[in-house]
Design a protein around this ligand. Structure first.
Ligand code: NDP
Length: 256
């Protein structure tokens, strides 16, 4: 199905994990992809996979929290593929620390990479979208932006900010035909989770037990939701946070 019909689409954090699956899914739907990671070579494997499947993609490098690099990124995008139609703000980090021991650096990293980047990239994308009176921005939030989890003050606060930024941008830019939504995943099997397991911050078994569907999500679960939100089927949807979590946030009982 060619629902995205050549749409110029930039996905941040597309070297692995959710960003890679989102890029593959949107390419399959007909989008032309710019796959972004801290360094272009990190996104090369995603680009190669899209091309192998017959899609169009380029790899670009950018630290998404650095304004000058974001400005250069969107310049390269326009030059190489054209102005941005769809932006997926996916790049993000988590560095769990107990709040009493948390460092200023930890706080700043979460705010810069998870929040400031969304502002910078969305602003740059919207400047390319506004003249054409059309565009779609999808932020990748988290269930941690809605529910409170221990030892994750920086991450939880940053993702709550992403939820609310979604609403503010949506109402400000609706007049330009730009939709802004957020897809908020629960626990998804990626490197991010593998690192937390390695660091003994959590176990996969405990996560499964706490999830009504009794499984972790896959990148594809999230990518399918992003594909829907990016499509015209979601044309009247803006300012929304869509949770994809196997029932985690709906669950209010005790663990059995
Ligand atoms: P991964 O750690 O697997 O991948 C992170 C991606 O972000 C990589 O492509 C990395 O690029 C990129 N990245 C990191 N820092 C920067 C930076 N400063 N500038 C540009 N790119 C950067 O993460 P996930 O796939 O698990 O997570 C992706 C998003 O989904 C995040 O926003 C995360 O918060 C969110 N999320 C994840 C969940 C999960 O369970 N996995 C659950 C809920 C939300 P590089 O290869 O160059 O380092």
């Amino acid at each position: 199905m060619d629902i995205l019909n050549g749409a110029v689409t930039l996905v941040t954090g597309a070297s692995r994990g959710l960003g890679k699956d989102i890029a593959l899914e949107l390419a399959e739907a007909g989008a032309r992809l710019a796959c972004v990671a801290t360094r272009a070579e990190n996104a090369a494997a995603t680009v190669a996979e899209i091309q192998r499947r017959g899609g169009q993609a380029i790899a670009l490098g950018c630290r998404v929290e650095v304004a000058a690099e974001v400005s250069r990124l969107f310049g390269q995008l326009e030059e190489q593929l054209g102005p941005c139609d769809i932006l997926v703000n996916n790049a993000g980090i988590t560095r769990p620390q107990l709040t009493l021991e948390m460092t200023e650096e930890n706080w700043d990293q979460h705010m810069d990479i998870n929040v400031k980047s969304v502002f910078l990239c969305s602003q740059a994308a919207a400047r390319q979208m506004r003249p054409r009176r059309s565009g779609c921005i999808i932020n990748i939030g988290s269930i941690l932006g809605r529910n409170a989890f221990p030892a994750t003050l920086g991450y939880c606060t940053s993702k709550a900010a992403v939820d609310h930024m979604t609403r503010v941008l949506a109402i400000e830019w609706a007049r330009y035909g730009i939709r802004v939504n957020c897809v908020a995943p629960g626990y998804i099997q990626t490197d991010m989770i593998d690192r937390l397991v390695e660091d003994k911050k959590l176990t996969v078994e405990d996560l499964k037990k706490r999830t009504p569907q009794r499984r972790l999500g896959t990148g594809r679960d999230v990518a399918k939701a992003v594909r829907f939100v990016a499509s015209q089927d979601a044309g009247f949807m803006t300012g929304e946070v869509m949770v994809i979590d196997g029932g985690w946030t709906a669950f209010g009982y005790y663990q059995t």
